[in-house]
Write a protein that binds this ligand. Structure first.
Ligand code: CMC
Length: 434
């Protein structure tokens, strides 16, 4: 394999080093290109740009491969749990029994939130979106732990174990409290005896006079949902976390920024958008046929939500796993004839046969099924993206660490191709024309 690429610009040849990742991914290193030639590269949307070196997650979108720290997602989904996988992602290795126990203890100890924070929820209007609350609360959380949020990367790295446990544990409490606040319901405190997912469902759905006991299938479906979302390489929110981290910002602030990036319908908001799409198809009396025709016109507001992916040009491996567990969760919940589910299945079938979707390699992604699963287990729609954020937290944390620990790292600062006005003189107000 060549070690250098040659680029010819204005009749000058530049030798650019070639980099190869551990899975054979090849890249041309252009770090000195602007200094040497005056040129920058242009890659809107970064589809051809490696923004960093990372050892967390490997994706081969063409082959439908996803691995966390080298372990195939299929094996983790079958044998691991969200918490064990979170440990793996955050710390790089599967935990030894004592490490696993300590991690659980840290999560349990950290599950309650400061009573001062409970009052913060009251300041939000009752119809505030839980994603807005979550990002604000995560950022505020750092102010309750100033020694973990110093904005000095070396100091923040020394407390990484504690900070990651605080965030992974409390994000679920904050999420459940934001739901309770939005419904005007009293907060239900976490319990020491419940595992992660069961504890979350308890904080969401118990009442002061009746505990909610999660069906094992429901807790398992949630566990799998979170595990499948735990990391996904350099997507929009993870890149945002890294961007914020590169300025020296602490983990709380960086994760809060990740929540904001995740909110949009093209990213984490897609699971909610899928259900909204299915509902509007149902309300219009369509069986999905009309909608598919509109989606093929290429209008952004008529996209088939839950279809397509920037990196997967084959089936999303997460979608395959979640689809299988989806049917068993539905069976154990006794859900058979749901009109939205029927529309979803028809859409899936039709799109998988349609030339438009085949030619563009648009297959169902994880969000096509995850919204339906969330709905089946009783999570309200506006919480779907919050659930994604709880799942993605380990990935954001691990990516923050890579940035913080890189002593040679530079602040992320892309260039642009300026297309605005050339130099012109200031016009006083009385001389301006429309
Ligand atoms: N429905 C209809 N047409 C589509 C869709 C869709 N869902 N997605 C892409 N296309 C078309 C698009 O119009 C374009 O057609 P043409 O070549 O004729 O102009 C072509 O496919 C390529 O699309 P693109 O916008 O260049 O693809 P992208 O890589 O920029 O976007 C995407 C990826 C996921 C944002 C997009 O497929 C999409 O909007 N999907 C629906 C939203 C969704 O489900 N998002 C969740 C992604 S999975 C969760 C996560 O990992 O964040």
């Amino acid at each position: 394999m060549p070690t250098n690429a040659t680029l010819k610009l204005d009749n000058v040849e530049y030798s650019l080093p070639i980099m190869v990742g551990t899975e054979g991914e090849k890249a041309v290193d252009i770090r000195n290109l602007r200094n040497d030639s005056g040129y920058v590269t242009y890659d809107e949307g970064y589809g051809n740009t490696g923004s960093c070196q990372s050892a967390v997650t490997f994706i081969d979108g063409e082959a439908g491969i996803l691995r966390y720290r080298g372990y195939p997602i299929e094996q983790l989904a079958e044998h691991s749990s969200f918490i064990e996988t979170a440990y793996l992602i955050v710390n790089g290795e599967l935990p030894l029994p004592a490490q696993r126990k300590r991690f659980s203890q840290l999560l349990t100890e950290n599950s309650p939130i400061h009573s001062g924070m409970e009052h913060l929820f009251e300041g939000f209007p009752s119809d505030a979106h839980p994603m807005a609350i979550l990002s604000a609360m995560l950022n505020s959380l750092g102010s309750y732990y100033p020694h973990l949020a110093t904005n000095d990367h070396q100091r923040d790295l020394e407390t990484y174990e504690a900070t990651s446990a605080v965030i992974i544990s409390k994000v679920r409490t904050i999420a459940a409290y934001s739901y309770r606040a939005s419904r005007g319901l009293p907060y239900i405190h976490p319990r020491r005896d419940l595992p992660y997912c069961e504890n979350f469902l308890h904080m969401m759905f118990s009442t002061p006079y009746e505990p909610y006991i999660a069906l094992p299938e429901v807790a398992q479906a949630l566990n799998l949902f979170l595990l499948l979302h735990a990391d996904h390489e350099q997507n929009c929110s993870t890149s945002t976390v890294r961007m914020v981290a590169s300025s020296g910002a602490n983990l709380f602030a960086s994760a809060a920024a990740g929540v904001c990036a995740l909110w949009g319908p093209l990213h984490g908001g897609a699971n909610m958008a899928v259900i909204e799409m299915l509902k509007s198809i149902h309300a219009e009396g369509d069986d999905g046929t009309k909608f598919i025709e509109q989606a093929k016109l290429g209008k952004a507001d008529k996209r088939l939500m839950g279809f397509g992916h920037r990196v997967y040009k084959h089936y999303d491996p997460r979608a395959k796993i979640i689809k299988e567990s989806f049917y068993s969760a539905l069976a154990s919940l006794g859900i058979k004839d749901d009109p939205l589910l029927n529309i979803a299945m028809r859409l899936e079938e039709a799109a998988l046969r349609d030339e438009y979707f085949l030619a563009r390699k648009l297959y169902p992604n994880v969000d096509f099924y995850s919204g339906l699963i969330m709905r089946a287990i009783g999570i309200p729609e506006n919480m779907f993206t919050v659930m994604f954020a709880i799942g993605r937290m380990p990935g954001w944390i691990a990516n923050w660490k890579e940035v913080a620990a890189n002593r040679k790292g530079r602040i992320y600062r892309p260039r642009q191709i300026y297309t605005g006005h050339n130099l012109r003189d200031y016009v006083p107000p009385h001389k301006r024309t429309a």
